[in-house]
Ligand binder design. Structure first.
Ligand SMILES: Nc1ncnc2c1ncn2[C@@H]1O[C@H](COP(=O)(O)OP(=O)(O)OP(=O)(O)O)[C@@H](O)[C@H]1O
Length: 292
């Protein structure tokens, strides 16, 4: 039997901003991401997802717990880690061409000019931007700019790719395209990915495993294997019984109503408000009767 290695190990991670009397943003997070796995973290807004990512990427020193990448403790930003942020417009250099943006982080990694060029061109082909290498970010659509960010992260061949709401700033159609792109490239580059999102459907569609976070201070409330196989597509996968079941399960864990189809949710809202209105009217009628 082959042993599955752990790439990321988070143990008892906690962070309190502002010292003793300050704000506890995350509390006692413990989870692992296996090598080659795509794990998604889904949690309510403000629960501490960004704080967790900052702690994992060494940008802040957590006030409790421990993070290990490839077995080594994370103290400071590890060189074999890459991050893709939501806001592509602020993470790309507008004065550099697409190719130079992708090559940029490779400069500090000791690669020759020719190696940098060949790596950049390879990943740009993979994200479908081979023909845009000489353009500037501001000449591209938002979705294309986010492809550049993904290419730049992959060019570093990181042990772990962290993605913080990477598709939250693009339209729905582009979001689907980028999700499928991520599924293709993570296979091609055998990447280990930890992606944070507040979108339940996205987390299930992309992941091998979903961690569900509680409200702030965040802790893990569930660790779900996603048995949807390697071949996924936006229509049949999302229609499958397994997907629909998982979506309801995650929504219940998060205690939200968004697991329902919009029409069903709207119908329930109407039904509920009708019931509430009727109850109110009956109570008022009873009150009026009592006065008469
Ligand atoms: N630098 C900071 N100083 C003090 N409190 C902070 C700081 N950064 C975040 N917080 C607080 O910590 C909590 C968690 O914030 P965080 O940004 O990690 O959550 P999040 O889940 O990423 O939010 P969102 O879903 O809105 O992006 C929030 O209550 C926030 O106000």
């Amino acid at each position: 039997m082959t042993e599955t290695k752990t790439m990321l190990e988070v143990s008892g991670l906690g962070h309190r901003y502002g010292g003793g009397g300050g704000h506890q943003a995350i509390a006692d997070l413990t989870f692992q991401v296996r090598t080659g796995e795509l794990a998604c973290i889904v949690g309510p807004s403000g629960c501490g997802k960004s704080t967790m990512l900052r702690s994992i990427s060494g940008l802040i020193k957590p006030t409790a717990g421990d993070v290990r990448l490839g077995g080594a403790p994370v103290n400071g930003v590890p060189t074999d880690l890459a991050v893709v942020f939501q806001d592509y417009s602020r993470s790309l250099f507008p004065w550099l061409s697409v190719r130079s943006n992708v090559e940029f982080p490779l400069r500090s990694r000791g690669l020759s000019k020719a190696e940098r060029r060949s790596r950049a061109d390879e990943v740009l082909e993979w994200v479908g931007l081979g023909a845009a290498a000489k353009k500037y970010p501001w000449q591209l659509s938002g979705g294309m700019q986010q492809r550049v960010s993904i290419a730049r992260a992959l060019a570093c061949r990181p042990s772990l790719l962290l993605m913080d709401e990477p598709f939250a700033s693009v339209d729905a159609q582009t979001r689907f395209e980028l999700e499928d792109l991520l599924l293709r490239v993570r296979k091609q580059f055998d990447s280990t990915v930890l992606l944070v999102t507040h979108d339940i459907d996205e987390s299930i569609y992309l992941a091998d495993r979903v961690f569900v976070l509680s409200k702030s201070p965040a802790s893990i409330v569930a660790d779900l294997e996603i048995p949807l196989g390697d071949e996924r597509d936006q229509i049949t996968t999302r229609e499958s019984e397994t997907f629909v079941h998982l979506r309801s399960e995650v929504a219940r864990l998060l205690d939200v109503r968004s697991a329902q189809a919009p029409a069903a949710a709207a119908a329930e809202t109407i039904e509920k408000s009708t019931v509430d209105d009727t109850t109110k009217q009956l109570a008022e009628a009873e009150k009026a009767d009592a006065h008469n």
